[in-house]
Design a binder for this molecule. Structure first.
Ligand code: ADP
Ligand code: MG
Length: 381
């Protein structure tokens, strides 16, 4: 793999870099996006490129805009009206204030017009392209779309570990058309997540993207000694046991899998919960005690997914206490990842040396389980 960190001023000056990063931040989080770790962690890459005289065109996506628009219009490729909430435009202001430099937005008003875009690029230095998932080619890893994107720049940098498990045009196919490098954060991710896992290993799983992640339990079956389940993930296990969950979040399609997992003695479920308005919103004190005891005695800890609805401080205790238990185990190497999981860590004092904060949730779990990731494989070619 080639790393951006190996490039020098003479390699970069006057060149145009297409930089893939991950701005997939929920609308509710936009107000605090300036301090969002996902942004903070990629700033060094952007600053390095600018300092060395390169122009930077930032590529990113947000949400699944076409999924929504398809309901309204089967054929349409571009649906601006109903997707305003998934525009990347709000990031222009956030980025320019973080970088203290003007950032220009390229909005695809006339579709993807490379000539028009290159005229804008000639005049300025830092650009943000509108949500790439407005184009069908992005998620289809379409070569033609990748080629059109590639025509805008001289080289490509991937600094979006959290989307590198997806075969998308701006992550995978684009590398066929440009010299391609791993950015600073991706380099860190690869180095830290390639550690040899020492036993005992505990995998802590929570969060809301249940179906995306529950299947990854399988990948750690042999290696992990304990799975501690919390957050929305636990609700699927309750349903699998035939227990009621009121109005709590769950995802239908993985209940069958949860049923199979119930028989596995490594899988440990919460003993109590914090409930409000018929919703389970956090794990309870008995659970915390039990989980902390296990965390205390392991050598490796992998955590993805909050233990509860931590955005409301009333339900943040479960996640914060788990974070504290992890910090208290000074012998273990801990890997904590996921968009929201890392966000909640900004409230916890973190001794950096034995804790690695990964920007990936699903991506981190796949990488650790040794799965081949299209975005990383593409850089290895
Ligand atoms: P990550 O981004 O860290 O990979 P997810 O995206 O899977 O994690 O899930 C994060 C979200 O899960 C958070 O917004 C949190 O509020 C939510 N969550 C966790 N537990 C619950 C719960 N019991 N009820 C509602 N939401 C929950
Ligand atoms: Mg998330």
């Amino acid at each position: 793999m080639k790393y951006l960190s190996s490039l020098k001023n003479e390699d970069l000056a006057g060149k145009i870099c297409l930089l893939r990063i991950d701005f997939n931040i929920e609308k509710a989080e936009l107000a605090g996006a300036k301090n969002h770790p996902r942004l903070a962690l990629v700033l060094p890459t952007i600053k390095f490129l600018i300092k060395n005289g390169a122009k930077v065109i930032i590529l990113s996506h947000r949400g699944r805009p076409l999924e929504k628009s398809k309901i309204k219009n089967q054929k349409s490729k571009l649906q601006f009206k109903i997707q305003k909430e998934l525009s990347l435009r709000p990031f222009v202001k956030i980025l320019s204030s973080l970088l203290k430099k003007p950032v220009h937005f390229i909005d695809f008003k006339n579709g993807f017009n490379a000539l028009e875009i290159s005229k804008i690029i000639a005049r300025n230095s830092i650009f943000l392209l509108e949500n790439l998932r407005y184009f069908e080619g992005e998620e289809k890893n379409d070569k033609n779309f990748a080629k059109r994107l590639a025509s805008l720049g001289d080289f490509f940098v991937n600094d979006a570990f959290s989307v590198s498990h997806r075969a998308n045009a701006s992550v995978a196919a684009i590398t066929e058309f440009l010299p391609s490098y791993a950015g600073f954060q991706l380099e860190k991710e690869i180095k830290n997540l390639s550690i040899a896992i020492k036993k005992p290993l505990v995998v802590i799983l929570g969060g809301a993207k249940i179906s995306d992640k529950i299947g990854l339990l399988k990948n750690f079956m042999a290696e992990a000694d304990y799975f501690l389940i919390g957050g929305g993930m636990a609700h699927n296990f309750l349903l699998a046991q035939g227990l009621p969950i009121g109005n709590s979040i769950f995802e239908e399609k993985t209940i069958g899998f949860a049923k199979k997992m119930l028989k596995n003695r490594k899988v440990i479920l919460p003993a109590d919960y914090v409930i409000k308005d018929r919703k389970i919103l956090d794990i309870g004190p008995k659970t915390l005690e039990k989980y902390s005891e296990i965390i205390k005695n392991v050598k490796t800890i992998i955590w993805n997914g909050p233990m509860g609805y931590f955005e409301n401080p009333k339900f943040a205790k479960g996640s914060e206490e788990i974070a504290k238990a992890i910090m208290a185990n000074k012998k273990a190497f801990s890997i904590i990842g996921g968009g929201e999981t890392v966000e909640l860590m900004s409230n916890v004092k973190c001794q950096k040396s034995k804790v690695f904060l990964s920007t990936g949730g699903g991506a981190m779990l796949e990488y650790l389980a040794g799965k081949k990731m299209p975005g990383i494989e593409a850089l290895n070619k």
